[in-house]
Ligand binder design. Structure first.
Ligand SMILES: *[C@@H]1O[C@H](CO)[C@@H](O)[C@H](O)[C@H]1NC(C)=O
Ligand SMILES: *[C@@H]1O[C@H](CO)[C@@H](O)[C@H](O)[C@H]1NC(C)=O
Ligand SMILES: *[C@@H]1O[C@H](CO)[C@@H](O)[C@H](O)[C@H]1NC(C)=O
Length: 495
């Protein structure tokens, strides 16, 4: 979920300095010097041998600063192998859930999932969207027949540290996507090394919303890390694709799209009065120019903040004043947004995850003793302060495509905040070898069980798809279509 504390999209990016807190220095992956001595390492091997009562701790000589703490349970699904735990990076700890596939865990691909924010927990994706169960009240969960683990082994990771059940012992923070990517890449390498049954399996990195920034950078880190793994005599991770749902990847194509979504019938009929629309239309080029000049071409924190304030006042504030749900403009926000994120079910999920027996079952560290928070204010503010969202992340997608990593960009058509119009413009403008072929393709309808599900355009490794009737969280609004899209994509089929 793309989310900001005061619901002002594109709010202040104030601090220019990349100065790090002394404790936030990355230990990094200690690769590339010596060839790795396979005799020093015995993979854990079979996940099902793990204990349900206590954590098993796994290490790897190639990653001396990292451990994995993992336990087994029957959380959420009940029909498949289910594992939760932490990747421990010295004093920093990332929480994850892992569910085996309901079809064939010994053959199906592996999917990594993260929610966005920055700062929001992947428990939302797990318990509200694409996970094996849905939580709609604080007491229990119900089986989700449309979970993506119908056809894949899947991870949900609370990242970066400070999000969900992830924590740091001395208040260390991560405030940029490239920093977060180092931990994720190490996590991925350690997982495939230990759980050798998954080695070489197709690996897909998926995310939503701010995941449009995270996922391309994370996948690039995994891709580049592969060269080092091979050099050290290990197997590379079989990175097959990135899957981005309602991503905010490129602010420059998203800014003008806010006008289209608010004031044209791009998804629903215009939702704002004409005079406000005319004013917004005039503000868009000024906002773009100011952001480019003060936040991108050169970083001048004072002018960049002024640019953000202008854009917020002229583009996001008029939209928010309409009261529509920024994640689904076919309806009003069931809010206030600061309390529910427009979806009261997020509160039920929080209460469910606050239950002591649930925390015990999944092994939440006792030092995480505060109430569950869907999104972390601190992490969000740190990323904003570091200006992380202003990076033109589509360049990473282009680079991955050039290396044969497939990319699926899917967008629920009623979302405003990371909408389909901006995503389509981004992809049409994206420079890569297949650009001409992609641009030449018409948008055509794709369907599920004979009913139109959305529009799509595809060329080679790149596919764009919209989902009719869905907002920002496609699997929440359109579970059957979302699962079908995922199945076809994982199988390498056309939509
Ligand atoms: C879950 O809880 C709701 C109400 O709290 C109840 O109606 C429902 O039967 C429960 N479901 C299960 C499977 O226990
Ligand atoms: C990588 O995964 C894909 C499935 O996504 C599979 O078709 C391919 O054979 C795998 N490659 C290797 C080298 O195992
Ligand atoms: C946690 O939530 C409970 C129940 O809503 C509330 O009573 C308590 O004050 C909260 N604790 C903190 C530290 O916010």
């Amino acid at each position: 979920m793309f989310w900001r504390r005061f619901s002002g999209l594109l709010t202040a990016a104030v601090v220019a300095s990349a100065a790090q807190h002394p404790l936030s220095v990355q230990p990094g992956v200690n690769l590339g010097t010596d060839r790795y001595d396979a005799g020093l390492f015995t993979p854990f091997g079979d996940l099902s041998a793990l204990s349900t009562d206590e954590f098993t701790i796994l290490s790897h000589p190639l990653f001396p600063n990292y451990n994995v703490r993992i336990k087994k349970s029957d959380f959420c699904d009940g029909t498949v192998g289910t594992y939760t735990g932490y990747i421990d990076i010295q004093a920093r700890h990332l929480f994850f859930y892992f569910f085996e596939s309901r079809s064939d865990p010994t053959k199906d691909d592996v999917v990594f999932w993260t929610n966005g924010g920055p700062g929001c927990s992947s428990s939302l994706g797990l318990l509200m969207e694409l996970g094996p169960c849905r939580v709609t009240n604080p007491e229990n969960s119900t089986f989700n027949p449309y979970s993506w683990n119908e056809k894949a082994n899947i991870f949900f990771v609370d990242q970066p540290i400070g999000v969900g059940f992830s924590y740091a012992e001395y208040g260390e923070t991560v405030s940029t996507t490239p920093e977060a990517a180092k931990d994720i890449a190490a996590f991925v390498a350690i997982f495939f090394e230990h759980f050798s049954q998954f080695k070489g399996r197709g690996f897909h990195m998926a995310g939503e919303s701010y995941g449009g920034r995270y996922i391309p950078v994370f996948a690039a880190e995994v891709y580049d890390q592969n060269a080092k793994l091979v050099e050290a005599g290990l197997n590379p991770v079989n990175l097959s694709s990135v899957m981005i749902g309602n991503g905010c990847t490129d602010w420059a194509s998203m800014v003008p799209s806010y006008y289209d979504m608010t004031c044209s019938p791009a998804s629903v009929a215009p939702i704002m009065d004409i005079s406000s629309c005319v004013r917004m239309k005039q503000a868009v080029p000024r906002c773009q120019k100011a952001l480019q000049k003060s936040c991108v071409d050169k970083f001048d924190s004072f002018s960049c903040e002024a640019a953000n304030l202008f854009c917020e006042a002229e583009i996001s504030a008029p939209f928010f004043a309409t009261g529509y749900n920024p994640y689904d403009i076919s309806k009003p926000c069931d809010g206030p947004i600061s309390d529910t994120l427009c979806y009261p079910v997020t509160k039920a999920i929080g209460a469910y995850l606050d239950r002591p027996e649930v925390r015990k079952q999944i092994g939440v560290d006792p030092s995480v003793n505060s109430n569950f928070s869907s999104c972390s204010d601190e992490v969000n503010a740190a990323f904003n302060a570091a200006d992380d969202q202003m990076f033109p992340t589509q360049f990473y997608i282009g680079a991955l495509l050039e290396r044969g990593v497939r990319a699926l960009i899917y967008v629920g058509a009623n979302d405003w905040i990371c909408n389909w119009v901006g995503n389509e413009h981004m992809l049409l403008d994206l420079e890569w070898t297949g650009q001409e072929a992609f641009v030449a393709e018409p948008l055509k309808e794709w369907s599920v069980d004979g009913s139109a599900a959305g529009l799509t355009r595809s060329a080679g490794p790149l596919t764009f798809a919209t989902i009719y009737g869905a907002g920002h969280m496609v699997p929440y609004d359109k579970p059957a279509e979302s699962l079908e899209l995922t199945k076809r994509w994982l199988a390498g089929e056309n939509l």
